[in-house]
Each structure stands twice: as C-alpha cells, then as structure tokens.
Design a protein around this ligand. Structure first.
Ligand SMILES: C[S@@+](CC[C@H](N)C(=O)[O-])C[C@H]1O[C@@H](n2cnc3c(N)ncnc32)[C@H](O)[C@@H]1O
Length: 299
C-alpha cells in the first residue's frame, strides 16, 4: 500500500473543462454497468485514490463496474466470480480474473500471496450474498497472513442476509483496527417489485497488524445504534402495508377498492335475499321436513 500521502505532497488537480461539462465522464457517474449507488462509488473511488493499492482483491465482479475502478487505481488486481468475465475486463493488463467459487479459490490464493511475503492492500467483498457466504469471505480474509495492513470494504451491509453474516464475525478475535458496517448507508427499495427490500451500504474493516490503527475498537454495536436496527422495522412495515407516499401504491389501493366494492354489494344483495327466503311463510311451514331429513342424514 502506498499509504495516504499527505495533502501537501499531493496537490489537488483541477478538473479539466471537458471533465466538468461531461459529468458522465467522471468515474462515479459512469453509465457503464456498476451495481452501486453514486455515494458508494464516490467513496470507493476516494478510498482507492488514497490507498493506491499495490495488490487488490475483488470478490464478485459481475459486469466489472467496481473492478474497472479498482484496476484503475491498483498495480495488480485478483478478481473472483463464479461467472466468466466480460471480454473488456479479461483484457485489462493488471487484472487476473479467476472464475470459480470464492469459498474455494480465495483461501488458496491468499495462502499463495502470504507464502510469497505479499500483502493485500485493498479488498472489496461483494460476492456471495448469503449470510454464511458473506461471513466466510470475511473470515477467510481476516485469518490470512496476506492481510497485514489492509482496508476491506464490504458491499450491501444493509441487506439482512449480508449483515447477519458480517455480524457473526468475531472481529475482536482477529484484532482488527476498526469496523464500521454503516460506513456508507444503504437504502430501502421503492420500486414495486422490490418494495421495502434493503440493499446497498458499504462496511469498512481496517486491518493493521502493527496495532498503530486504533480508532477506538470495533464499532459493530457498542458506540453507535446500527443503521440496520433503525431501518429494518420500517422497511418490514413498508413490505407489509406498502408505501403510502408512492403514487403507484395509492393507485393500486384505489384500484383494489374498486374491485372490492361491487363484490361487497353482491354479497349484501345475496344476504338479504337469503334473509327474505328464511323469514317467508313457506320456509317456516317446510321446517319439520328439513328437520326430519337432517335426522335421517345424521344416522
Ligand atoms: C452484486 S454482484 C457484484 C457487483 C460488482 N461488484 C459491481 O459493483 O458492479 C455479485 C457477484 O458475485 C458473484 N458471486 C456470487 N457468489 C459467489 C461466490 N461464491 N464466489 C464468487 N463470486 C460469487 C455473482 O456471480 C455476481 O456476479
């Protein structure tokens, strides 16, 4: 890691006229597929610019959105995914795109790096989103000798599964410098097909075996109320009752009302017709016959 050069030694470069007029040309606002919010992209970009990793790892590359930026800031990147990389990613000269299960490949690659005396400066964990998958990726990283001075960023820390897995990790046992699973907040989806689902969010884990990075201990719950514990109950309510602020939902409720009203009217008409029959003289006169039939049937 070519660490955090001081501000004096690294003057701010003014954006060119072209860059300021073409916002889509800025890395965080690119239209290339990248499964992160603008806030997450911007923070990732900032971290990478500060760290300038010699060796970085990404678990979960998909279409290569985050990988393109990690590669732009790193000397070498190891990338894992269970699906093959797109052609333009496979062609990046400083990226080794491995295809396979991170739970099998990552420990072996970390061992290889540790045996060679290397250090992984930066890791993005964005692969298996099951609780056990996220937990295992994090534990494999933290228990490796290849992470001595390293920044680990985990994506989708507001998601229930991912968060559960990351919270199951005993960070203190690995003597990490800092853990903040709400480093960048996530979001609650509002589209009808994902209404109330919790996604996004970046978690930060700083590993510094020298012990010099001590921001006050693991920040997984002791000092701050987790964003997840505040957001999840409301998100659950939104999943159950819908989001009343959404015009689409209001319309759906109104439409449902339109469907229900004629059915209610039909039911009322049927009930009063039945009442009329049951209170008629002929119904009362034929009651002994129905009673006899009930007795015969019950025998
Ligand atoms: C959310 S996407 C990654 C998005 C990407 N980092 C970005 O920001 O554009 C998650 C990826 O993880 C991959 N994945 C899921 N389970 C995995 C596993 N066990 N090992 C490696 N990759 C896995 C999926 O194939 C998928 O491409």
């Amino acid at each position: 890691m070519r660490l955090l050069k001081s501000r004096e030694s690294q003057p701010v470069t003014r954006p060119t006229a072209e860059a300021t007029t073409d916002l889509r040309g800025l890395p965080a606002f690119t239209q290339a597929p990248w499964q992160m919010s603008y806030g997450e992209r911007t923070v990732l970009e900032g971290l990478l610019a500060m760290i300038s990793p010699r060796l970085a790892i990404e678990i979960g590359r998909a279409e290569g959105g985050s990988l393109r930026r990690i590669a732009a800031h790193s000397e070498a990147v190891l990338s894992f995914d269970i699906v093959d990389p797109p052609a333009d990613i496979a062609a990046l000269p400083n990226v080794t795109a491995l295809t396979g299960d991170s739970h099998v490949m990552l420990p072996a690659e970390l061992q290889r790096i540790a045996d060679a005396g290397g250090n992984v400066d930066f890791v993005l964990v964005d692969g298996d989103h099951s609780a056990e998958g996220a937990r295992k990726d994090m534990v494999d990283l933290l228990s490796s000798g290849a992470l001595q001075t390293s920044v680990i960023v985990a994506h989708d820390t507001l998601n229930e599964e991912v968060r559960q897995g990351l919270c199951e990790v005993d960070y203190d046992a690995f003597d990490v410098g800092w853990v903040d699973l709400d480093f960048v907040p996530g979001y609650v989806a509002r589209t009808p097909e994902r209404l109330g689902e919790c996604w996004g969010g970046l978690g930060l884990v700083v590993v510094d075996r020298s012990g010099s990075f001590r921001g006050g201990g693991a920040n997984t719950g002791s000092q701050l109320i987790s964003q997840a514990s505040l957001v999840w109950p409301v998100a659950k309510l939104v999943r159950e009752i819908g989001d009343p602020a959404l015009p689409g939902i209001e319309q759906a409720v109104a439409t449902r009302g339109d469907e229900v009203t004629p059915l209610r009217e039909d039911l009322t008409r049927a009930r009063s017709a039945l009442d009329a029959v049951q209170s008629s003289a002929s119904w009362r006169l034929t009651e002994p016959l129905r009673a006899l039939k009930r007795r015969v049937t019950s025998r």
